[in-house]
Ligand binder design. Structure first.
Ligand code: AR6
Length: 175
């Protein structure tokens, strides 16, 4: 395990880190899963900021694999970084690249904001149906490679329950 990578269980909305990542959809207008939890915990300031981003930068929606930052509103984190994971089965072999891009693009956005720590949920593994084992390998590999380039940021993988955490830990053995 890379020393700047930490794995834990919990509710990502409670993380006291510079940036938490949201597994959003391209509308940026909220949804279920972790997206719903983040908007509920952070309050309307997040939706207001997302509307502004849609109007100014992404009138057609945030493309899959990209990431943008907003305030974290009432949460302890300073920022929410919204990224759009691939819907499993919708993009063939490109899905892997797109999922890896969610992690690396979010990390670059966090660094540009001056963040030295960031928390990720398991992007695309809920409503978007990505197999957890495969998503784990892609997530870990992309973050590990990013850190090996010398970037200084601590990365938390936050799982909603113990069994998802165990699947992740087993899946990244040998990666
Ligand atoms: N803290 C940490 N992880 C969580 C939390 C939480 N509070 N809540 C859920 N998870 P999902 P997706 C885990 O479905 O698959 C939304 O409607 C959950 O157990 O939130 O990328 C968006 O608007 C799962 O492992 O995201 C999009 O339309 C992981 O977060 C769509 O869902 C991701 O599950 C995105 O689907």
């Amino acid at each position: 395990m890379h020393k700047a990578i930490k794995i834990k269980t919990g509710d990502i909305t409670k993380e006291k880190v510079c940036a938490i990542v949201n597994a959003a959809n391209s509308s940026l207008m909220g949804g279920g899963g972790v997206d719903g939890a983040i908007h509920r915990a952070g309050g309307h300031a997040i939706l207001d900021a997302c509307r502004e981003i849609r109007n100014s930068r992404y009138p057609d929606g945030l493309p899959t694999g990209q990431a943008v930052a907003t305030t974290a509103g009432a949460m302890d984190a300073s920022y929410v970084i919204h990224t759009v994971g691939p819907v499993f089965g919708s993009c063939g072999s490109a899905c892997e690249t797109l999922l890896a891009s969610c992690y690396t693009t979010s990390l670059n956005v966090a660094l540009a904001l001056g963040c030295r720590d960031i928390a990720f949920p398991a992007i695309s593994t809920g409503i978007y149906g990505y197999p957890k084992e495969e998503a784990a390998r892609i997530a870990y590999q992309s973050v590990k490679e990013f850190l090996e380039e010398g970037q200084k940021i601590t990365v938390y993988f936050v799982f909603h329950n113990e069994s998802d955490k165990t699947v992740f830990e087993k899946s990244i053995q040998g990666v």
